[in-house]
Design a protein around this ligand. Structure first.
Ligand code: NAD
Length: 253
């Protein structure tokens, strides 16, 4: 692996000169907290099932109980997880940089637990539930976590589902608008732990690039985003981001 210290210094310099920074995170930033990435989840416990099948309106229609139990298992995993140094470094960057917008594809709350505020959740949250028909919010009860099937909506009796974006569904418009505006107005876009395969989230670095921003990508392996980035910092986000935050502090001192 290429020694990335000089690249970290360059990235810190770009952040130091920027007046607006937007960061896009994906499942990779939570991997070091023990939350499987999308691909890990596919090769893990649920390898007998097609993950897309478990995360689509059609899959929910076919077998609501299976989808419910899968999400209850994932919720349990998320509740056991704690923020890692990567999440903490991003909260630090937000305190150091005048305008710093954090946009995540993750449905966990580890950025918030690390102290980030105003996080834009492009794909919803696994801590929220709603009716699949009338969208009435549902407060999860203890017994429902162990139930074989999803609960019924208190307002209309239809099935309750997790408030996350499934394959084939549109993103929440307010979140997408906020993320696109931030990408348009940024001088630097920091991308961490995303494969860049899920659209429209993967479009955001392209929007920023077209608007003239410098793209910095952090990932353990190359992706379509790193191929287009100005700087590719190869490594774990839990290790690279703290080094970047420290380098920025040094550059500002
Ligand atoms: P992905 O699984 O497609 O890609 C993860 C990326 O992270 C890969 O490119 C991988 O090389 C990289 N990675 C793995 N470990 C890393 C580390 N320690 N440091 C840096 N990079 C690392 O995930 P995605 O791009 O976020 O897209 C998949 C979808 O799955 C998203 O829509 C997301 O909502 C959902 N998802 C969310 C969570 C979560 O909330 N934590 C977990 C799994 C999947």
């Amino acid at each position: 692996m290429e020694e990335i210290e000089p690249l970290i210094a360059q990235a810190a310099q770009s952040l130091c000169e920027a007046s607006a920074v937007v960061c896009l995170t994906g499942a990779g930033v939570s991997a070091e907290s023990g939350v499987p990435t999308f691909r890990d989840a596919q090769s893990g416990l649920w390898s007998r099932f097609d993950a897309a099948e478990l995360a689509s309106p059609e899959g929910f229609e076919r077998d609501p109980g299976l989808v419910w139990r899968w999400y209850m298992w994932r919720l349990q995993q998320l509740e056991a997880a704690s923020p890692n140094p990567g999440h903490i470094a991003l909260a630090e960057l937000a305190r150091t940089i005048e305008k710093f917008d954090l946009v995540t594809q993750n449905v966990d709350d580890l950025h918030e637990q690390a102290g980030s505020v105003g996080v834009v959740h492009l794909h919803g949250s696994l801590f929220r539930f709603r009716c699949r028909l009338c969208a009435h919010p549902h407060r999860l009860r203890e017994a429902e976590r162990r139930a074989a099937n999803p609960p019924a909506c208190a307002a209309c009796g239809e099935l309750v589902r997790p408030d996350v974006v499934w394959f084939g569904e549109g993103l929440p418009l307010d979140a997408l608008r906020a993320a696109s505006e931030a990408a348009h107005g940024s001088d630097v876009m920091l991308v961490a732990g995303t494969s860049g395969l899920v659209y429209p989230a993967a479009q955001l670095p392209l929007i920023a690039r077209q608007a003239g921003a410098t793209i910095i990508d952090i990932n353990v392996e190359r992706s379509p985003i790193s191929d287009r980035a100005n700087l590719f910092l190869q490594g774990k986000s839990g290790e690279v981001l703290p080094r970047l935050a420290k380098a920025l502090q040094d550059a500002k001192a």
